[in-house]
Design a binder for this molecule. Sequence first.
Ligand SMILES: [Fe+2]
Ligand SMILES: [Fe+2]
Length: 241
Amino acid sequence: MSAAAYDAANPQAQGPATALGVHFPATNGSDRFALGVTKFLRLFADTFFAKRYGHRAVVLETVAAVPGMVGATLNHLKCLRRMEDDRGWIRTLMDEAENERMHLMTFIEVCKPTAFERFMVIAAQWLFYVFFFGLYLLAPKTAHRLVGYFEEEAVISYTHYLAEIDEGRSENVPAPQIAIRYWNLPATATLRDVVLVVRADEAHHRDVNHGFANALAGLPQGPIAACPTHVELVPNWKAAA
Ligand SMILES: [Fe+2]
Ligand SMILES: [Fe+2]
């Protein structure tokens, strides 16, 4: 079932506005490349994880947190070289990377990866970091389009995760404390509430990245789904010293 069909049939599933079912049509070679890579990786993820959505979330969030930091690094260096303003791109991309890392910190409380999945994470990080760094260096528009398509798939996957919870195949356990603090959720929040806000985060990343790709292509940015509120993370390394 598509994300949009699931939400149409389950109006109670609607969390923070996510504009489900959004798809940016691929109209040129660059977009088609990004979409093709996304569909290939989706097939791989569907085959490997099937309906193990907790494991899927943990492993894929380790990858999802990479592009924002790569984009922020390369834009930072470009702005230094050109001595020009970044128009807020660097902070936005760093926020995306931090937000994805908080998704990981949340789901690791819900589901423990297997030893093989931990090995996969290490291998995938090497491969994906090098691939994405090279892609962003050569074709930043394609890189942002790729992330936009990844995030379209993330919205769909978290919608399927919601269905698993609603249909009783995944237990609707209490929300991890880290998630309650980060999204300022009520103390009684459950996994379902967490998946709703994570999905809304992914919809926001989707629109921001398609918007950045559009900006680089000279196209209008397009609408951006609202980002759920997150508390600002306060550095606590001094306390640990
Ligand atoms: Fe995520
Ligand atoms: Fe995301």
